[in-house]
Structure formats: C-alpha cells, structure tokens
Design a protein around this ligand. Structure first.
Ligand SMILES: O=C(O)CCC(=O)C(=O)O
Length: 192
C-alpha cells in the first residue's frame, strides 16, 4: 500500500533550550568528527559536512559506499539515547552524527533504506544548533513534496513506510552562519 504522507512525529522542544545548549557544546568537542570522501557517479568527493558513527560494537553499517565502524558510546550520546528510548519506547543500538558547519553544508536526497536497517525502520532524529529546512519528496513522484523546520532540541521520528516511499534532504541555506548537529538513532542488525 502506498502512502501519501511520510509517517512522522515531530516534537519541537524535546530537549529544553538550556540543556540543548549544553549537549550541542559537548557534542562539538567530544565527538570525533571527520570529513569523509563519498562516491558520486564513481568519483570520490568530500562530503559537505562532518560525520561520526557511534554504537554497540556489532553495529557496523555501510553508508554511501563507506564502511562505518562504530566508536564506543560517550556520555552525551548515552544521555540522549536513554531519553529518547524512555520517551518513545523504541530501542536504538547506533547513531549517525552529521555536523553542518554553516548553511553551505548540506545533505543530498536519499532514503535510509540500507539492508542493515531492515523493513520499516524507525529512525529518531535529534537536532541542535541552527534551524534548517528538512525536505521530503516522494521517491516515485518528485513533485510531491513536504517541508518541515528542524530546530534546536527537536526530535523527529520517521517510521512505517517512510523510508520506502520518501526521500529526504537538507538543502543549503546560504544565510545560515551557525553550525547544526543532527543525530539519527537507528537499530542496525548484522548482515546475513
Ligand atoms: O541532518 C539531518 O536532519 C538529516 C540527516 C540524514 O538525512 C541522515 O542521517 O540520513
């Protein structure tokens, strides 16, 4: 069955503002940020953002041609994961972090549909820092679009068939000068 809306829940102030400031500062300094190369039409280019992958030891993940080996959990990530798990009832064994240094950094259209995520994955996306536009478009009908803003301390849950029928992206926003950190918590299972 096809759906006409992505299945999402958005809680704009999941983390209070002051706690969000502290978590943003801790993540900026404590996370091992890297700028990774990515393959686009067979060509290696640097990703327009910084990334990191944390999780349980067995939660390895292939992302856009890159094998991501998780780093062990650090206190700020454990705190955020526990809070989301307690409040939503969903469980997560890993998290992909993206740091957009300013509005020139971005993420292109994609679905989070890697085999390790299984069918109908639940993805919990937490954002800190600059508010950025988050776009959805239908995979098979690109003119069907939807847009939300993801602000400081927000939690977006994507579930159901969202990753089957919808792509998402973070477009550039040239007027944004501040950094934004996004965390997508996932449940990754080993490949057969
Ligand atoms: O930064 C965001 O909100 C999007 C991150 C994203 O699309 C992903 O991790 O797959």
């Amino acid at each position: 069955m096809k759906i006409d809306q992505p299945e999402i829940d958005l809680i704009s102030a999941f983390f209070p503002s002051e706690e969000s400031d502290q978590l943003m500062a801790a993540l900026k300094t404590d996370v091992e940020w890297r700028q990774e190369p990515i393959l686009i039409y067979g060509k290696k280019v640097m990703q327009p953002r910084l990334t990191a992958w944390y999780g349980d030891e067995n939660a390895s993940y292939r992302y856009s041609g890159i094998e991501m080996k998780p780093l062990p959990w650090i206190p700020a990530l454990t705190l955020i994961r526990n809070r989301i798990q307690q409040q939503t009832g969903f469980e997560f064994n890993s998290v992909l972090l993206n740091q957009y240094r300013d509005g020139k950094d971005s993420m292109g259209w994609h679905r989070d549909n890697e085999p390790e995520l299984g069918n109908s994955p639940v993805i919990a996306s937490v954002s800190f820092g600059a508010s950025r536009r988050f776009l959805f478009r239908k995979y098979c009908e690109h003119d069907q679009k939807m847009e939300i803003m993801l602000g400081h301390g927000s939690l977006l849950i994507m579930k159901g068939e969202t990753q089957t029928y919808w792509e998402h992206s973070i477009p550039k926003m040239m007027r944004v000068t501040d950094a934004r950190i996004n965390l997508t918590f996932r449940w990754v299972r080993g490949r057969a």
